[in-house]
Design a protein around this ligand. Structure first.
Ligand SMILES: *Cc1c(COP(=O)(O)O)cnc(C)c1O
Length: 459
C-alpha cells in the first residue's frame, strides 16, 4: 500500500503558519522565518521536503538514541502493532509493561524495585513528587506529616506542568507563573563558570554543598525530598556539577532522613557515558525519573522508579485510602513499552555504552578547536551532552544582552552548514544520538565553529 503524497512544501508552510502553535516559540518571529519541514529521517539525518539534509545535532530534542528508522525498534513497534496498540493499566495489565518494569529494575541502581508509568518527563517528576509527599502524609509518626515541601536548585528544570514548574527555577520561563505555583526551598546550583558564591573550582571546597546543608538544618522538619538533575542540569545551560556533588547530596538526604528524587529525564540512557548519571557517583536515589531516551526517541513514555519502602507506605486495607491517586489514560502504552524493551535490547546487543568512551573522547578533542574563537566563553561536556556558552568578552565573561538572540542566530546559521540544533539562550547545545560516528562528531563541531565565526563577523 502506498502512502498518500504529502501536500507540496509551499502549502505546508502556509498551513503551518495558519493552524499551528509551536511550543517554546515566539510565533511572530517563527512565522517570519523559513521553517524546516521534516519529511523523513534516516540514521542521524533529517530531510526537508526541499531536499535539504540536516545532521540531527540535538537528537530531536534530546530523545533520539540510535538514529532514525532504527530497524530493531521499527520492527518491535510493527510486531506489537499486529497484536494491539493500547490497553489500560488501570486495574488490568499486559506483557510489554510487565517485562519492561522487570528489565528497568534490573538495570537501575539497586533498591529501585517498583516502576510507575506515565507519559513525559514532567509527569514522571510530578509522580515522584506526589509519591514522596503522600508517603510522609501516611507515615506512622505524626511529626513526619509536616514534611510537605521540597528542596530544589536555582535554574533547575523539571518540566512544564504546574507541579514541575514549581520545582523548576528558570526565571525567564517560569517567573510569570509564580502566582500559580507552590514555593520550594531553593539552594544555589553549582555553576562553576559563574559561581553564585564567587569562588573558583580550583580552590573551593564545594562550598555550595554547605548552602544545601544549611537549608536542611533549618528546615528539615518540613522538607519531604531533595529534587535534582544529577551531574548535568540540562535546560539551565548544560551546567556540569563538580565530581562528587551528587554523592554529597545523597549523604545529606540520609543524614536528615529525607528522600532523594533524581530527575534523569535528560541524563538517563547513556547520555553522560553511563546508563544513568547517578552511577558516576555510585548513588542510589529513592526515586528515579526517566523519559526522553526511554523509547529511543520514538514514542512518549516515562517512568518513575522507587523503592519497596516507598511502595510499602501505600499498602493498606481499601478503606484506608492509602492508594496512589494518580494515573494517565495512556499510562504504560503497549507500543511505547515495546519500543522501550527494544531500546534496552539494542543497548545490550550492540554494546552501546562500551562504544561511547571513544566517541566522548572524539567530542572532547573536536571541542578543543573552539577555544580560540573570541565568543566562546565556556565549554561544558559530560559524555555526549555539551553546552558551549557564548560571551561578548572572554576575559570578563560578560554575557550578550539576551534580546540579541545570539544563540538563536548561530543555530539558524548552522542550518546553512547542514546541522539542526537548538540553543539554550546563548549556550549552544550539542546532544547527538549515541550512535553518532566520529566523522559526524567532527562535522557537527566544524559546523558550529563556522557558524559562530560567521555570526561574529556579521555583527
Ligand atoms: C525535558 C526534561 C523534563 C520534561 O520532560 P517532558 O517530556 O518535556 O515533559 C524534565 N526534566 C528534565 C531534566 C528534562 O530535561
Amino acid at each position: 500500500m502506498k502512502a498518500a503524497a504529502a501536500p507540496p512544501r509551499a502549502l505546508l508552510q502556509a498551513w503551518d503558519r495558519k493552524y499551528l502553535w509551536h511550543p517554546f516559540t515566539q510565533m511572530q518571529d517563527y512565522c517570519a522565518e523559513r521553517p524546516v519541514i521534516v519529511t523523513r529521517g534516516r540514521g542521524h539525518y533529517l530531510y526537508d521536503a526541499d531536499g535539504s539534509r540536516y545532521l540531527d545535532g540535538v537528537s530531536s530534542l534530546w530523545c533520539n538514541l540510535f538514529g532514525h528508522r532504527k530497524v530493531a525498534i521499527d520492527q518491535a513497534i510493527r510486531r506489537q502493532l499486529a497484536r494491539i496498540a493500547h490497553s489500560t493499566l488501570l486495574g488490568v495489565t499486559h506483557a510489554p509493561a510487565i517485562e519492561l518494569a522487570r528489565r528497568l529494575t534490573e538495570i537501575a541502581p539497586s533498591g529501585l524495585a517498583k516502576v510507575f508509568y506515565s507519559d513525559d518527563g514532567s509527569t514522571a517528576v510530578e509522580v515522584a513528587m506526589k509519591m514522596a509527599f503522600q508517603y510522609w502524609q501516611q507515615a506512622e509518626r505524626r511529626r513526619y506529616r509536616a514534611r510537605t515541601s521540597f528542596l530544589t536548585f536555582t535554574n533547575a528544570y523539571h518540566g512544564d506542568t504546574i507541579g514541575s514548574v514549581s520545582l523548576g527555577g528558570i526565571p525567564l520561563f517560569h517567573g510569570l507563573y509564580r502566582p500559580l505555583l507552590f514555593t520550594t526551598h531553593r539552594a544555589p546550583a553549582p555553576y562553576c563558570y559563574r559561581c553564585p558564591l564567587n569562588l573558583s573550582p580550583e580552590s573551593c571546597q564545594m562550598d555550595c554543598v554547605g548552602e544545601v546543608e544549611s537549608i536542611l538544618r533549618r528546615r528539615q522538619r518540613e522538607i519531604a525530598a531533595l529534587v535534582m538533575e544529577p551531574l548535568v542540569m540540562g535546560a539551565a545551560g548544560m551546567l556540569v556539577q563538580p565530581a562528587g556533588f551528587v554523592k554529597r547530596m545523597r549523604e545529606l538526604c540520609d543524614r536528615y532522613g529525607i528522600f532523594l528524587i533524581l530527575d534523569e529525564v535528560a541524563t538517563g540512557f547513556g547520555r553522560t557515558g553511563r546508563m544513568f548519571a547517578c552511577e558516576h557517583d555510585d548513588v542510589r536515589p529513592d526515586f528515579l525519573c526517566l523519559a526522553k531516551g526511554l523509547t529511543a526517541g520514538y514514542l512518549p513514555m516515562a517512568v518513575t522508579l522507587t523503592t519497596d519502602r516507598v511502595y510499602g507506605g501505600f499498602l493498606g486495607r481499601f478503606g484506608e485510602l492509602k492508594q496512589f491517586f494518580h494515573g494517565h489514560t495512556y499510562t504504560g502504552n503497549q507500543l511505547g513499552a515495546s519500543a522501550a524493551l527494544a531500546t534496552l535490547k539494542v543497548f545490550e546487543e550492540e554494546r552501546v555504552l562500551r562504544k561511547l568512551t571513544a566517541k566522548i573522547a572524539s567530542m572532547r578533542n573536536a571541542l578543543g578547536s573552539l577555544n580560540d574563537i573570541a565568543w566562546v566563553g565556556d565549554i561544558r561536556q559530560a559524555g555526549l551532552m555539551v553546552g558551549i556558552e557564548l560571551v561578548r568578552r572572554k576575559t570578563s565573561r560578560k554575557a550578550f544582552p539576551w534580546k540579541a538572540r545570539v544563540g538563536h542566530r548561530v543555530c539558524l546559521e548552522a542550518r546553512r552548514h547542514g546541522v539542526l540544533i537548538r540553543p539554550l539562550g546563548d549556550t549552544i547545545v550539542l546532544l547527538p544520538p549515541l550512535s553518532i560516528t566520529r566523522a559526524q562528531i567532527h562535522d557537527l563541531v566544524a559546523a558550529v565553529s563556522a557558524s559562530v565565526r560567521a555570526v561574529a563577523k556579521g555583527g
